[in-house]
Ligand binder design. Structure first.
Ligand code: SAM
Length: 210
């Protein structure tokens, strides 16, 4: 298990070293998504983190693609981009990252490569201003743009939150859209923390089949 000094959150491994991590941590949504995505990412791939936040997912992607890969990271908050940059520098994997302080709904303006993995972790910056959060209209546009950039065999992950400050609009909008995706080209898998109460987060994966 690797963890950066002074930066809580993301662990890197869920394999032979996972005995160091508690079982509960292993199934926390971020870690769960990393575990799922690992087999889809290879050295040299291009990936997108659509919501950098504190940089946990960006770091996971940068480590996974290695020195020859590239990771595009988006966040509308300068504070988040800066936290991510510092995190990547400390982890020694800043070279493969391109950090963009702009809305993910404009990702196709910046990214011209096909992506192996695209990650969305919706909501607000942990410890930050809850009113600066993802919104259903821009989230939907970003997911649509992202699907256009995903390569065949690639996967998009979406950590979707609801209830509390977040409400239900974003979740309902995204799930309604994903439900309608053509089964010839897309496989949508919605996982569920089935026995948890009070609007548990929803890990969703969209795989491009053709
Ligand atoms: N993946 C992050 C991590 O590993 O720490 C957590 C992401 S956090 C839950 C959600 C982030 O989305 C916030 O930092 C927020 O500023 C960002 N955000 C909100 N609207 C956005 C938009 N339109 N485009 C890009 N980022 C956005």
């Amino acid at each position: 298990m690797e963890e950066l000094p002074g930066l809580s959150g993301c662990r890197i491994l869920w394999g032979e070293k996972c005995n160091i991590m508690s079982i509960r941590e292993k199934y926390q949504i971020t870690e769960y998504c990393h575990h799922f995505l690992r087999e889809y990412i290879h050295e040299g791939d291009h990936c997108i983190d659509a919501t950098c936040g504190k940089g946990c997912d960006t770091e996971f992607l940068c480590r996974s693609v290695g020195k020859t890969g590239r990771v595009y990271g988006f966040d509308i908050q300068r504070e988040a981009v800066e936290q991510t940059r510092i995190r990547l520098e400390r982890a020694g994997c800043a070279d493969q990252a391109v950090l963009i302080c702009d809305g993910h709904e404009k990702m196709a303006d910046y990214v011209k490569d096909q992506a192996a993995v695209i990650m969305f972790n919706f909501g607000y910056l942990p410890g930050g201003d809850h009113s600066v959060a993802t919104r259903s209209r821009t989230s939907l546009k970003a997911v649509q743009e992202g699907l256009g950039l995903l390569k065949t065999g690639g996967v998009m992950s979406l950590c979707i939150y609801s209830g509390g400050d977040t409400g239900y609009e974003e979740k309902n909008t995204l799930l309604a859209y994903l439900k309608g995706l053509d089964t010839k080209y897309w496989l949508v898998i919605v996982h569920s923390y089935y026995n948890r109460r009070n609007d548990p987060p929803l890990p969703v994966f969209v795989i491009r089949l053709a």
